[in-house]
Design a binder for this molecule. Structure first.
Ligand code: DGT
Ligand code: CA
Ligand code: CA
Ligand code: ZN
Length: 600
């Protein structure tokens, strides 16, 4: 609710810096950091939380009590999702958006595209042909298509997880799984698909009945409602499809609704080749061929669950019955996984439980970090990590970076904390900034004094491909760089990221033995699965990180791992699955080579 309120208030006040916006943002951070459940607090109790003002407290209470907020409803009426969504496009600030709407009558993406095609944007104050072209290119590169825009995974995941949790609490429900493209870890999704197993499948959805808010999210519209199927549109404009089935064929249904469609087709063909029938109810023997021309009495197109099913309750038994290795959901895109699962060449992809360290991790030493060193380290320890690189920003990142003296003091603090954590090795690290020509922070000698570094792009997103590639290669070739963070700097659905010649960059990573990060932030998922798959083919080392800036962000590791699976990343190529000794040996070799390189 607060995120949406902030977004719409920025539009309304025409500035992300307005007093109201800042108050909401401050309150949001305060509530997120509040250690206790605040849902039963009164308005006056809420305002006692430092950072929460009266206006926000009232709205939070209103939402908790009434399920909606009047102010937000008013803003929504003024700025419908099709319009509000335009503010994601780089170059379209709230002031420009107001003009685009007021003077050109643009209400949605199609209108905006038409205005660009008609060269109308350049006629507005403070705009020109260059900024018009830039906006046009951003729309193209973000893959925005129209009203039925796909939602970034970062928007869909929290909603899906909330609804799944609400469904889990309903009577007779035994299992809930988010399926579809979200389970396959696609970067953007058309809609959310959720499969529910229940001992009394027809009794679950009717209990929601007239109160769709029981789904745990704000519902704008119920699109369809039956006993075992339901589709709703959330206030944020996301469609959610729900199906409820008997636990006896839950696996067959989740397999079907996870897709992809092309993967399903390949599986069904394999079943047919073996005289079997695969559908959303299970894998069963195909019925004997009927003589043609004879009318077939009540032959249902979809076989209901029968005792003849060979496999139906779990996905694993269906794959096994088709003589296939189990295929993790993110790999189900019909890009060779069925063939590989059949001939035993499917790679053993990395799993969450294989991860032993996090190598991109911030504290409030960084301007954008929100938890202390002590808290961040304690949180990592509670996740049983064996090694942790604390990589606060280098000095070139203007407001967020640290100078040498600050870094050295930080190193002392890290060293002092180490004895408390005998089971976890703390590395004094740094997130270096890759400058427009590949330059890095501090000087080589100071950079060599870190235990570990990750270098990333945080600026100059618009250079031409050749310049970006050269910039990246220069950073990779620098002997003080151990890994490259969030390769393109993209923000899915919001900022396209740099354009590079990926083959050249992968070749450089391989040659210089620099690891490529898979950043687990849902906004980034960078390097993305396609790049990861190419990196794997080239033998480039990988590292999966959370890039946490707060103790609540360690769960991102899961999304990073799923992205790695989607890129077919084998466990052994991921350096933070290695046992501590092996990992430290690799880092030390890297750092020693660095120091030798620096000694004339
Ligand atoms: P999306 O929602 O566009 O991001 O992509 P999906 O893959 O989630 O697609 P969706 O929501 O239309 O359908 C969910 C799954 O249901 C899909 O991955 C596979 C299955 N499915 C849907 N329609 C068909 C179909 O016509 N044939 C087959 N074999 N499977 C289908
Ligand atoms: Ca879907
Ligand atoms: Ca769907
Ligand atoms: Zn970072």
């Amino acid at each position: 609710m607060l995120d949406e309120l902030i977004q719409l208030t920025i539009l309304d006040e025409e500035s992300p810096q307005s007093f109201k916006v800042r108050a909401y943002e401050k309150a949001k951070a305060a509530l997120e950091n509040h250690p206790e459940d605040f849902t039963s607090l009164s308005v006056s109790q809420l305002t006692k939380i430092p950072g929460v003002g009266k206006a926000t407290a009232t709205k939070v209470r209103e939402l908790l009590d009434a399920g909606s907020v009047a102010k937000l409803e008013t803003l929504r009426a003024q700025y419908p999702p099709e319009f509000a969504r335009l503010s994601r496009i780089p170059g379209l600030g709230p002031k420009t958006l107001k003009l685009v709407r007021g003077q050109l009558g643009v209400e949605d993406l199609d209108g905006l595209k038409a205005a660009i095609d008609a060269q109308q944007l350049r006629t507005l104050p403070r705009m020109g042909a260059t900024s018009e072209a830039k906006i046009g290119r951003a729309i193209e590169r973000l893959g925005l298509t129209g009203k039925h825009d796909r939602a970034p995974a970062a928007d869909a995941f929290p909603v899906a997880e909330q609804v799944a949790a609400a469904l889990r609490a309903l009577p007779s429900v035994t299992d809930v799984l988010v399926c579809g493209s979200l389970r396959r870890m696609a970067e953007t999704v058309g809609d959310v698909d959720i499969t529910v197993a229940a001992t009394e499948p027809t009794k679950v959805l009717p209990t929601i009945g007239e109160q769709p808010s029981k789904l745990g999210v704000e519902v704008r519209e119920v699109l369809a409602a039956g006993d075992t199927k339901m589709s709703v549109l959330t206030a944020g404009g996301l469609q959610i499809d729900i199906r409820v089935v008997d636990p006896s064929h839950f696996g067959a249904t989740t397999l079907y609704f996870t897709g992809s469609k092309a993967h399903n087709v390949a599986l069904r063909q394999r079943a047919i080749d073996r005289g079997l029938l695969l559908n959303e109810y299970g894998l069963s023997p195909a019925s004997d061929p009927q003589p043609t021309g004879v009318p077939q009495p009540e032959q249902p197109t979809q076989t209901p669950p029968t005792s003849s099913a060979l496999a139906a309750s779990t996905e694993a038994e269906i794959y096994a019955a088709l003589d296939l290795a189990y295929i993790p959901a993110p790999m189900r895109e019909a890009t060779g996984e069925v063939e590989a699962a059949a001939d035993g060449t499917l790679p053993t992809v990395v799993q969450r439980r294989d991860i032993r360290g996090d190598l991109h991790y911030h504290t409030d030493r960084s301007g954008d970090g929100r938890s202390s060193l002590a808290d961040m380290v304690a949180e990592a320890a509670s996740h049983q990590l064996e090694y942790l690189a604390i990589t606060d920003h280098g000095e070139d990142l203007a407001i967020n970076g640290s100078n040498r003296l600050e870094m050295l003091a930080h190193r002392d603090a890290i060293r002092q904390l180490q004895p408390q954590y005998p089971a976890m090795t703390l590395l004094y690290g740094c997130e270096l900034n890759i400058g427009p020509e590949g330059g890095l922070d501090y000087d080589a000698e100071f950079r060599a004094s870190f235990d570990y570094t990750v270098a990333s792009v945080h600026s100059h997103f618009d250079l031409p491909v050749r310049a970006q590639t050269a910039r990246m290669v220069a950073a990779i070739a620098d002997p003080t760089v151990d890994s490259i963070g969030h390769l393109t700097g993209r923000y899915i659905g919001r900022r396209p990221g740099i354009e590079i010649d990926i083959d050249i960059v992968l070749e450089a990573l391989y040659r210089f033995d620099v690891a490529l990060e898979i950043n687990g932030s849902l906004h980034r998922l960078d390097a993305g699965a396609d790049v990861v798959r190419r990196a794997v083919r080239r033998g480039v080392k990988l590292v999966i990180n959370t890039d946490s800036h707060h103790t609540s962000e360690l769960g991102r590791m899961e999304y990073g791992v799923l992205t790695a699976q989607r890129g077919w990343a084998p466990r052994d190529l991921v350096i933070n699955t290695w046992p501590r000794d092996r990992f430290l040996r690799w880092v030390n070799t890297h750092r020693t080579a660095t120091k030798e390189h620096l000694t004339p």
